[in-house]
Design a protein around this ligand. Sequence first.
Ligand code: PBG
Length: 323
Amino acid sequence: MFPIHRPRRLRANKTIRRMVRETSLSPDDLIYPLFVTYGTGIRKEIPSMPGCFQESLDNLAGSAKEIFSLGIPSVILFGIPERKDEKGSGAYDEHGVVQNAIRVIKDAVPDLYVITDVCMCEYTSHGHCGVIEKGDVANDPTLELLALEALSHVTAGADMVAPSDMMDGRVEAIRLVLDEGGFPAVPIMSYAAKYASAFYGPFREAAESTPQFGDRRSYQMDPANRREAIREVALDIEEGADIIMVKPALSYLDIIADVRDAFDVPVAAYNVSGEYSLVKAAAQMGWIDEQRLMMEVLTSIKRAGADLILTYFAKDAAKILNA
Ligand code: PBG
């Protein structure tokens, strides 16, 4: 071996490193999450997610233009409705906060690709992702509401829907209702392997969607399970998912790699709120180099096999990639 083989030869300067680099990030890979709230004139920073905001409709056109001009092709929308109830009726209201946001964004920037998160937890008074029966989320009755929600988003102009609830059979239920509703060409990105994770903590503050009792372990996956992710993804693809997602990303790079290996559909990974907050908090303490850590995190998610990354870092990363 040595001295014939010297791997350092290909690391000697930045040009050769650039030439042999295996993974590259592009703004094309990024999807930026937006939190849309009711009211007007609102742009409220989320305390645990510095640099991220709850925004009212009147601020969305400006945000959409900024995002698209950075080269980011897509946003995913989350809604904070004025009123919540047992059945989450704000989720499938034709004039709900997300439905209105879709119209505003598509009007302002028609080419910005609008994805919507399809779930009940932001709209239910109890904060769970579906209808409650006997103290737990009832699967099949929830499917009808999710299908209504997806159809209302697409009717308002959404380009793609992304169910994040983890009910069994929801991809098929949504596919059927979209096809019947005249939208056979609208794709579904399913949160296929979504784990019951403590990394969602800051998001629940941002989306005001913390469950009022219990937790989500009866529907989201057990973080200890690896093989089960393959089964979940296979089911969603059979049901008609066009893109599948692994969530969270950073503690689940093995899952991303497994899924990339096993299937040929595009793979998305969600670099979730807690992953963002950890980096931001350590940077605020002066303990790490924020920009380098951000790019390293995103690169590792791409290297593991993700084609698309949903990330609160999208704007900051795009600025660096465009520089
Ligand atoms: C809704 C939903 C959640 C996230 C995305 N969609 C929260 C949850 O399941 O509790 C989390 C995103 C993040 O933490 O950034 N079900």
